[in-house]
Design a protein around this ligand. Structure first.
Ligand code: CO8
Length: 264
């Protein structure tokens, strides 16, 4: 691993490997990585800082016991309605930065990914589950609803009916079930961070501009109807043909050689 090129944060660790893949770790192990106001603020600031590094991919992970056990309940227990709304808006802004991060993002989940932790994972492009991963939106057990995007993003990941059932029961979802319902892409008995870095490496071998445009084509059309989404896809498809990567990728195919992408 190369030395980090960014400032240090109390609740987060960041490193970048030689292949240009970043690994961001939530680091409040004593509170099972509960998303305190400080952690949320630092997460947003770190994402801003690393957005310009030109990472090929970003792996987001927690510790062995918890990815993140939700928003910090001790902090918000005595909140007023206004404070809670502000907390939700602030958290949503931070998670929006993760969702639109310029490089592909992969959540590598060990242990609990509950409430805001599950919502954070869902802002990554892909979710890989370790064997001990436990997902869930247990907010109703605390007398509240998901506030960091869960009501919107869970229905998009697992379908409306399953999402409603999960949010209304607040029950836990095992790693096996997470894969079965499409919440996680795969489950591994091995080291899930290593698996995520490996997958990131496979993605990184492709044309970097094209990979980023896949992400933009998916995310920027999320709120559009099919016709508008198709129009946006056609625009981005056209944009690919203004890149050196497209000429290299297709040229290499025609010349029957391996492509060497420059990321432009
Ligand atoms: N917030 C604060 N502290 C937490 C949290 C949390 N979400 N989760 C765990 N901790 C702390 C515990 O208090 C404990 O601290 P201490 O050692 O000082 O007592 C430490 O982490 C270890 O936890 P446990 O002893 O409870 O460990 P267990 O292995 O027995 O249990 C669980 C693990 C099952 C994960 C359990 O800790 C738990 O149920 N945690 C809460 C899970 C939860 O309900 N998450 C949802 C929170 S609400 C939310 O995320 C809404 C997001 C949107 C907010 C919008 C704002 C309005």
């Amino acid at each position: 691993m190369t030395a980090p090129t960014i400032g240090s944060y109390e609740t987060l660790l960041f490193e970048q490997n030689d292949d240009g893949i970043g690994i961001l770790r939530l680091n409040r192990p004593k509170a099972l990585n509960a998303l305190s106001a400080q952690l949320v603020a630092e997460f947003g600031a770190l994402l801003d800082e690393i957005a310009g590094l030109g990472l090929k991919a970003l792996v987001v992970t927690g510790g062995p016991r918890a990815f993140a056990a939700g928003a910090d309940i001790t902090e918000m227990a005595s909140f007023t309605a206004l404070q809670a709304e502000q907390l939700a808006r602030g958290g949503q802004r931070m998670l929006g930065k993760l969702e639109t991060f310029p490089a592909p993002t992969i959540a590598a989940v060990n242990g609990f990914a509950l409430g805001g932790g599950c919502e954070l994972a869902m802002c990554c492009d892909l979710i890989l589950a370790g064997a001990n991963a436990v997902f869930g939106q247990p907010e109703v057990k605390l007398g509240v609803i998901p506030g960091f995007g869960g009501t919107q993003r869970l229905i998009r990941r697992v379908g409306r009916q399953r999402a409603i059932e999960l949010m209304m029961t607040g029950r836990n979802v095992s790693s096996e079930e997470a894969v079965a319902i499409g919440l996680a892409l795969t489950r591994t008995e091995d080291d899930v961070v290593e698996a995520a870095v490996k997958l990131a490496g496979r993605i990184a071998r492709n044309g970097p501009v094209a990979v980023r445009l896949v992400k933009r084509a998916v995310h920027e059309t999320d709120r559009l109807d099919l016709d508008a989404g198709l129009a946006a896809e056609a625009t981005l498809f056209g944009l690919c043909f203004a890149t050196e990567d497209q000429k290299e990728g297709m040229g290499a195919f025609v010349e029957k050689r391996k492509a060497s992408f420059v990321g432009r």
